[in-house]
Ligand binder design. Sequence first.
Ligand SMILES: [Zn+2]
Length: 382
Amino acid sequence: MGEAARERRSAWAFALVAAGLLSAGALAGLACSKPTSEPAEVASPEARPLVGVKIYEPVADTDALFRDWRRLRIDTAFVSTALAESGSFIPAARGAGFKTLIITPVFFNPEYLADHPDAWAITGRGERAKDDWVEFVCPSREDYRQERAAYVLDLLKAHQPDGLSLDFIRHFIFWEMVRPGDSIGPLDTACYCPHCLARFQEETGVVLPEEMAGSTRRTAEWLWAKQPEAWARWRVDLITSWVAGVVRAARRIAPEVIVGVHLVPWARDEYDGGPVRVVGQDVEALASLVDYVSPMAYAHMLHREPGWVRQVVRGLAARVEVPVYPSIEVKESYRSEELTGAFFETALDAALQPPSAGVVFWSWPPLTEQTPKQEILERRGS
Ligand SMILES: [Zn+2]
């Protein structure tokens, strides 16, 4: 590591300590540890780390809420569409000095599917892309893509948040349930609906053999066996191109708007190239369009060690030139083992070490319910 880079990292680390978000112990560890790779670019050392929280439901007393956030050094609210549409929350948060970003789900849309059963994404097994609460719309339907883009842009116009945090901007999978070492086969992926297969052939020139007709399973297996690159690239483009269109239009509406994407937190090579092959997120292409990326680094849920959060951040920061804001959990999900204060604190330390540009807590209700975890944050501010 060069001297200038070392100074930059060191200044960044001290900025985090000054902001009360990186413990002195973590700083000492940083000074001793030798990074294996240098991130391509880090956020300005002078910038304060972003400290965000995801909030989905209305809160009765917003004045008390904002007092709590100030005490915990939270400066940015990632707000659900429902809360944004309440009409009062974003102006109140803005008025109290918080940055606001609306979390906008893209291809996850149970309400739409209830009214448009023909719009379901279809898995390689020929089944609807539904796994528990996860329900995905086919990503190649132009009518849905345009309708969803208009919805997102209308939210921007109507509520004037500081930004948009694009969520479920990917292909179907219940990734929260995928454990280290699991395998994800072609049949687990989507979408193989007739509309996608027709559009893929039309746009790529690939022709599906006649004997595939009538068997989604055989078609899925054939695509991954015989045309893996064309199929993967076409699926990725469905995701990237939607983001490109929305970012362009959003910046016409509000030139200063901040747009980011939520990323499935897998490393590039995990699950046999899972980020591209399964969820269709081309990290470099997406990052070139947006202002930040936010990996959902939910270590406890994913049966990882809390320090894994740092690997996620470093892996991404080495590949993108925009800030990386890892999102971390406050409470256990999908498993009975408690997410302890010690786990939370270690994950938080990992989330805030360089080259991270901040942290986003998922989500507010468990943080407000758990005093010990609030105390961890407060201690950092003392
Ligand atoms: Zn489809």
